[in-house]
Design a binder for this molecule. Sequence first.
Ligand SMILES: *[C@@H]1O[C@H](CO)[C@@H](O)[C@H](O)[C@H]1NC(C)=O
Ligand SMILES: *[C@@H]1O[C@H](CO)[C@@H](O)[C@H](O)[C@H]1NC(C)=O
Ligand SMILES: *[C@@H]1O[C@H](CO)[C@@H](O)[C@H](O)[C@H]1NC(C)=O
Ligand SMILES: *[C@@H]1O[C@H](CO)[C@@H](O)[C@H](O)[C@H]1NC(C)=O
Ligand SMILES: *[C@@H]1O[C@H](CO)[C@@H](O)[C@H](O)[C@H]1NC(C)=O
Ligand SMILES: *[C@@H]1O[C@H](CO)[C@@H](O)[C@H](O)[C@H]1NC(C)=O
Length: 606
Amino acid sequence: MWRPIVPLIFFFAGASAGIPKLDKNLAFRSPFFDEPQVGPSFAHDTAAISRRNTQPTRRDTVDAAQFKDEPYPGFFTSDFSNAISIWSSGVNFTHSGRAFLQLNSEFEGDPFDTTIILWTRAEPLPTNAGQLPDQSVPVCVSFKIGTTRDLGNPVDSGEAFTTYDVDFTVKVEVTGLKPDTMYFFQFADCTNPTVVSPVGTTRTVASVDTPAEHVNGGKPLTLAVFSCSQFQTGWFNAYGFAAHNTTADIFVHLGDYVNIKSLSSLPCIGRAVLGRELATIQDYRQRLGQYRSDPDLQFAHQSAPWITVWWDDHEVANNGWKAGSSDSNDTTAGCTFSPSGACFTDRKFAGVRAYHEWMPIRQVDAGDQFRIWRNFQIGKLLLTPVSVVVSLADEPRRSLMGSNQEKCAFLPILSHSKVYKLIYLGLMDTLDQSKSRGAVWRVVGCVTSSSRDAWDGYRANRNRVLDHLYNNHIDNTVILAGDSHANWVSDLARAIGVEFAGTGTTSTPDFFSQTDFNQAVNTSSIFVKDNVDLQWSEGFFRGFFTLSLTPTSLNATYYSMRNVTFRNSDGFAIASFLVNAGDNHLARPVAGGHVLSGALKSQVVN
Ligand SMILES: *[C@@H]1O[C@H](CO)[C@@H](O)[C@H](O)[C@H]1NC(C)=O
Ligand SMILES: *[C@@H]1O[C@H](CO)[C@@H](O)[C@H](O)[C@H]1NC(C)=O
Ligand SMILES: *[C@@H]1O[C@H](CO)[C@@H](O)[C@H](O)[C@H]1NC(C)=O
Ligand SMILES: *[C@@H]1O[C@H](CO)[C@@H](O)[C@H](O)[C@H]1NC(C)=O
Ligand SMILES: *[C@@H]1O[C@H](CO)[C@@H](O)[C@H](O)[C@H]1NC(C)=O
Ligand SMILES: *[C@@H]1O[C@H](CO)[C@@H](O)[C@H](O)[C@H]1NC(C)=O
């Protein structure tokens, strides 16, 4: 029975505010823009959530006869027939400082220069009596973004609802921004504007037609590139170091931002993951939330916009393939054998949905299920088709390509022993277009699958992309790769560009000693001797690399973290590589002839 106590807890947000404010939160559309109901676990019918929410107040307009046992509450005789109640006992921006965001991204490359996705999470705080809202009561947050830290004159602002349906995550798109401009943003509790998230910093990128020399106000544009993070294997010092000690403008994560496995921690690390190997939506949410509790990761998200490429396999299930993974398949036996008891398709849906709730990435079109293929055109300096790589759709050709992509053919470049990673020829289209648009550098962020197969398997697959680039005279290509947990730098075959592959932030490689520095160097020597294009190999340290681009040259600097078994900011540059625009190979001597770890080809006696 509805009781007058309710208005003490709830706050009425005004007639018909429900659906627009629910829809403003893109998390309700996870992961699809247009077909929220696709699939058993995807779903947010915001109209239904709104109805659920307004039901108690709608009793105001029904015949009071049935409530004879008590006076019918009239609320000052107002008509609240369409009013919506919201939580007014406080919210906690649990990962807020932390409110972070990502550049807008569109398949067609339009405009990342005027909109941004902001993210936060607003959990309701209990009332003094310890009461939390029931499912029908949303939390309301306001947001604003502007060019000054005090946000006195916001460029865009608004309100959005969140509910338990999306784990109280909030994702809003802010618009009307200026290209290549620094912005500040903040969230607040709608019912108590003094409760705010810390002010975050972000930026837009240059618009597509900006001449290369004007991009980033004429300064080099620096990307910090990460891959492969495992909470229980190490502290995320690399994120903190990149945010504090480099001048990175944009953070790029190439995959395995979280890891589904629940292996026990290293003896000395002092932190372990919560929960089990991920299977249900709650499992995935808990894991994402736990990773995002790392202070260095939070700081990095607060400092700059991110581009995240997902996924490598570990965001959903270990070594996933299209209808299963190493420990759960869509067969009766597979589901039974799964330690979590979940069939693969359920895990896939749960993982995808939680990822879209917790990460500030743009929802995709339903016709492109599981496509996480986006591209970022940054003036005429740089095009980054953050390729990927669609591993998990059942019928790739049918379900991955909407009719507007039918012109694209599939190119399974990255598949080898595991036939699960596919990439659009659309990527190739984009590369072709970028040449005609006059972008200086083409930076392709790839999730690769080399780790378990080491260098050779990886190279064989990559060569299929290279064929296309070569045949179409597309040069100045820079391939970025992760996944292998080790550092590799190469000239691309046939002189069409270079490749920078980076180690994990914490995940360790199988094939380099992690205890004997000299032995790890020796292993690298063997790799560079045996692989004609490979110029540098390194596998002892964890870390990341930066890529600084100007119209005339590119500088890739690799950073190593000295010890990730405890939280610290002790990092150092171990190698720096220069590429002059138009050269399509690393400048000689490679790395200036000097690296602090690993092996350079020029130093290895053949
Ligand atoms: C808010 O959330 C943070 C992170 O989960 C937690 O440490 C803190 O105790 C919460 N604050 C309150 C008042 O519940
Ligand atoms: C990195 O920056 C932090 C914070 O400013 C500082 O304390 C630390 O000494 C720096 N580390 C290095 C290696 O410069
Ligand atoms: C799932 O199928 C894959 C491919 O056939 C197989 O390697 C794996 O062992 C299977 N897993 C289970 C738990 O049945
Ligand atoms: C590394 O290789 C050198 C030369 O082959 C050898 O003398 C040395 O023992 C090796 N060191 C280790 C730790 O494997
Ligand atoms: C590349 O950048 C690093 C880090 O900023 C710097 O130390 C190094 O000198 C640069 N190398 C070249 C050749 O400019
Ligand atoms: C890393 O730090 C831990 C804890 O202080 C220490 O036991 C370990 O030896 C260090 N590892 C290296 C490679 O220095």
